[in-house]
Structures are given as C-alpha cells and as structure tokens.
Design a protein around this ligand. Structure first.
Ligand SMILES: NC(=O)c1ccc[n+]([C@@H]2O[C@H](COP(=O)([O-])OP(=O)(O)OC[C@H]3O[C@@H](n4cnc5c(N)ncnc54)[C@H](OP(=O)(O)O)[C@@H]3O)[C@@H](O)[C@H]2O)c1
Length: 305
C-alpha cells in the first residue's frame, strides 16, 4: 500500500490533483496536508481522506503532516517573494527527508532552467536543493496556466474597456495549459510512477503569443484590443499606483523580467508528455478564454501578491 500526501489541495492546481488522485487510488491511501484545515473543500471533507495541518512556515507541523508518506506532492508556495518562497520549499523538503518519504513530487514552473524570469528563480533554487537532498524526486515544470493569461496580457480586465494592452520588452509564445489538465496529469504521474530523478515539462499542446491573444479577445468581445510593447519604464509608469501589489514599482520591475523570458521562447516550449499521459487532446486555450472573460479580477487578486 502506497500512502500519498498532497499539499495545496485547496488551491487551483492542488484541488485538481486531489480530484483526479481520488479516481486513481483508494481514498484511504490519501492524506491531505492543509495550511488551513478549516478551509477544507467539500470534496476533501466528503471523500473521507485524512486531513492534517501542514504549514510550510512551521516545520514541526510538516513533520506530523508528512509522517508515513511514501509519495509526497509539494505544491509550490503561492507568492512571488523569492527568499520566503525558497525557505518554505526547503522547510518542506527537509521535513520530507526527516519523515523518510520515498518520492517527492515538486510543482515547478515552465520557464527554462537558466531562466531570466524572476518568478522562476525560487523554482530553480528549489530544484537544485531537491537534487542535492539525496531524496528521490520528480520535478514537474507545470505549464503556464491558461487561466492566468491576464497576468501576462497586461493585467487585462475587459471591464476597463481599454484598447491598448501594454507590456514591456517583448511579446513571445506561451504553451498555455489548464490547471485541470495539469492536475489530472500530475495525479496520473504520481499514481503510475516513473520519472525517477527527472525534471519534466507539462505544457500545453500549442503555443500562442500575446498578440494572438489580442486577436482572439478582439473577436470574442467584438471590439479592438491591441498589444503594445513599450519600454520597461513606460510599463511601470502605466501601472504604478494601481490598487494592490500590481501597482508597486518593485513588483512591476520583477514581473517585467517575465517578458525577457518570453522573448527567449522560454514559455513556448511544447512537450507532448502531458497529452501522452492523459491519452487525449488537451483543453484548447480558446475554451478557457471564453469561460474566463469576466473573471479576471479574481485571478489578479490570487497571484499578484
Ligand atoms: N503554472 C502557473 O502558471 C502558475 C501560476 C501561478 C502560480 N503558480 C504556482 O503554482 C502553485 C499552485 O498554483 P495554484 O493555482 O494551485 O495556487 P493557489 O490556488 O494559490 O493555491 C496555493 C495553495 O498553497 C496553500 N498554502 C498557502 N500558504 C501555505 C503554507 N504556508 N503552507 C502550505 N501551504 C500553503 C494554499 O492553502 P490555503 O487555501 O489554505 O491558503 C493553497 O492550497 C502556486 O502556489 C504558485 O507557486 C503557477
């Protein structure tokens, strides 16, 4: 009997992993390690799985949460604060080592291993720490979420009615993929095994540039929306002072590095692995675009912190 411990099961990706893992292995073999156990979703509660408290910032809680785990999924910490993030991941890896976990699965991100994107730095350092830990690991570089396109597409909010979508440095291709497809693939890989000590990319099956998104959005909304590439300073000027972290210069300068990575094609790599693992076509980007037009505020609130 293999015991699975899943972190982040209340989140966008982890909840999908959990939903699919329930289909692949008995609920009695699954334990969820929640940052906030009182926030367990109805599916978690109804499934009858064991719920434990595990806070990446509290190593003692992780010792208890990971006890007895054979396979452990570490969902990356939801923040772009580099040092804090790396520390939270190290705490989880150290606890897994103390708990004698046989296999760690870590959700990394789909930029390059020598990325110039600030958001990838914590993942690269975590991947290195994991490799040096001596634990058996599988790093899954989870593709850029289709649902998160507004972040890349100039914090796009259709309610603002803007014609020009301002981004810094460059446009570039992104192999967008839904969190549900990633969740199903991640759960399947965990249940089936394989990929020992490998770093694998789970990407969408096509790459789409931001200019192409502008065309799609224009046609769906019935009005012109254009991508305009400006200097980093002009990008900062266009956003600074807006509500929340998105309006802060430090955040904006860090996020601007993402577009340097897009220019290098870092996020546009298409890997057939996810489609092979799922044995079906992936959800088209257009489907997500249609269903998410109108929900952008919640995405910005979720990730720009
Ligand atoms: N591939 C991409 O395009 C992309 C985009 C954005 C982010 N990401 C990264 O991928 C991760 C998963 O994405 P997501 O959409 O599932 O994010 P999410 O919906 O924000 O979920 C994050 C999860 O982390 C949990 N968490 C928060 N603080 C924690 C702590 N101190 N210790 C342990 N767990 C904690 C949350 O629990 P609560 O619900 O209790 O707060 C939640 O379950 C993110 O955390 C982020 O690092 C990837």
């Amino acid at each position: 009997m293999t015991k699975y411990v899943i972190t982040g099961a209340t989140g966008g990706l982890g909840s999908e992993v959990f939903k699919y893992l329930l289909k692949f292995v008995p609920a009695s073999d699954i334990i969820v390690s929640l940052y906030n156990p009182s926030g367990a979703t109805p599916l978690i509660k109804e499934s009858g799985v064991e719920i434990r408290r595990g806070d990446y910032g509290d190593p003692a809680s992780l010792d208890a949460a990971f006890a007895g785990a054979h396979k452990l999924l570490i969902v990356s910490y939801p923040s772009i604060a580099y040092e804090l993030r790396v520390q939270q991941h190290k705490n989880a890896i150290d606890a897994a080592k103390r708990a004698g976990v046989s296999r760690i699965y870590y959700t990394s991100l789909a930029f390059a291993g020598d990325s110039v994107a600030a958001v990838m730095r914590a993942h690269i350092d975590t991947e290195r720490y994991l490799k040096e830990s001596g634990l058996t690991y599988t790093v899954l570089r989870e593709g850029i979420y289709s649902e998160s396109y507004p972040l890349y597409f100039g914090f796009f909010d259709p309610a603002e009615g803007k014609e020009e979508i301002v981004v810094p440095h460059s446009d570039g291709p992104v192999a967008w993929v839904t969190r549900e497809d990633l969740g199903e693939g991640t759960a399947k890989i965990m249940a089936q095994g394989g990929f020992e000590n490998e770093i694998r990319l789970l990407s969408g099956s096509h790459s789409i540039t931001l200019s192409e998104i502008a065309e799609k959005v224009s046609s769906l909304l019935g009005r012109t929306v254009r991508l305009v590439v400006v200097s980093e300073d002009d990008y900062v000027k266009a956003n600074v002072g807006k509500p929340g972290p998105r309006g802060e210069e430090e955040f904006l300068r860090g996020w601007a590095t993402t577009y340097k990575a897009l220019a290098r094609g870092e996020a546009g790599v298409v890997d057939p692995l996810l489609q092979e693992v799922l044995g079906r076509e992936l959800t088209p980007f257009n489907d997500t675009l249609k269903t998410t037009l109108g929900l952008h505020g919640s995405i910005l609130k979720q990730y720009v912190k």
